[in-house]
Design a protein around this ligand. Structure first.
Ligand SMILES: Nc1nc2c(ncn2[C@@H]2O[C@H](COP(=O)(O)OP(=O)(O)OP(=O)(O)O)[C@@H](O)[C@H]2O)c(=O)[nH]1
Ligand SMILES: [Mg+2]
Length: 254
């Protein structure tokens, strides 16, 4: 799969400014060091966009922002709540040193991170097509966003490792029914939420969490929801699928 590397290089070559769109719920998992290295080599300005910030608490967001700001200017955006898009526009105009023509802004990132939605947020109109199904944007397309800015919308160009189920589950690239290990993925979701904002789990599933590990928490949630098998033990797969669905639908805010 060398074509995606060529596409990334081509977009970096054409653009004046690059956006790396990462999911604010797990910025580290959705950053890509190869993309960042390529942009650095090009000496073009990079802006990290923490997308879907409506799904994350202000505290978590500020922490991520100050951490990522050491790498590149970081802006958080919620296309859903129309938040941060003006800031992003200003940031683009600030970092680009282009006069007398439109600024070309390339948007890069994993599938489903919200690249097209971010572009629409800045453009103010639904010019870039979006979908909850990943891999929605097919070819590279140009989107004019008001005066002075033209975006290059790209498909989720970074391929996942075949074995990278966790990332695919967390990102909603594969839904629960297509994951081979839904229990493992749901445990990863539980771990992520526990590390960031445990009360969210407790309130949403009406459970009390002490020192339990992620598997034990899964069982607690199953017991509370009464997801039991015939012999009375917890139906872990059914609980796991529910947790993954809740997470992918954005019901569990962290
Ligand atoms: N809650 C929330 N959901 C969002 C936000 N932005 C995008 N989404 C959702 O995330 C999903 C993917 O959005 P897209 O903009 O199509 O993502 P993309 O990165 O362009 O995806 P591909 O083109 O498939 O790689 C859609 O279901 C959007 O509704 C946001 O700010 N908040
Ligand atoms: Mg897209």
């Amino acid at each position: 799969m060398a074509s995606y590397k060529l596409m990334i290089k081509d977009v970096i070559k054409k653009a004046d400014v690059l956006l790396e769109v990462v999911d604010a719920r797990f910025p580290d998992e959705t950053r890509n060091s190869e993309v960042e290295r390529n942009v650095e080599r090009s000496r073009k300005p990079l802006i990290i966009v923490l997308s879907k910030c409506d799904l994350v608490s202000k505290e978590t967001l500020e922490k991520s922002k100050s951490r990522l700001s050491k790498i590149a200017p970081t802006v958080f955006v919620s296309s859903k709540e129309r938040f941060g898009t003006t800031m992003l526009r200003h940031k683009i105009l600030e970092v680009a040193d282009i006069k007398g023509r439109d600024i070309l802004v390339g948007s890069l990132g994993y599938p489903n991170t919200g690249k097209s939605s971010v572009i629409n947020g800045v453009a103010g109109k639904n010019k870039a097509s979006t979908s909850s199904i990943s891999g929605h944007t097919k070819g590279v397309q140009l989107v004019k966003a008001g005066s002075r800015i033209v975006f290059i919308d790209t498909p989720g160009v970074i391929p996942f490792d075949e074995n990278d189920e966790y990332r695919q589950g967390l990102l909603g690239v594969k839904d629960a029914t297509h994951l081979s290990d839904p229990i493992g993925v749901s445990m990863k979701i539980i771990e992520t939420i526990c590390a960031e904002n445990k009360p969210v789990l407790e309130e949403f599933y009406k459970v009390e969490i002490g020192n339990e590990n992620s598997y034990e928490i899964l069982e607690l949630i199953g017991l509370k929801a009464n997801f039991l098998k015939k012999k009375g033990e917890v139906d872990e797969t059914r609980v796991a699928i529910k947790i993954i669905n809740d997470w992918q639908k954005g019901k569990l805010l962290i």
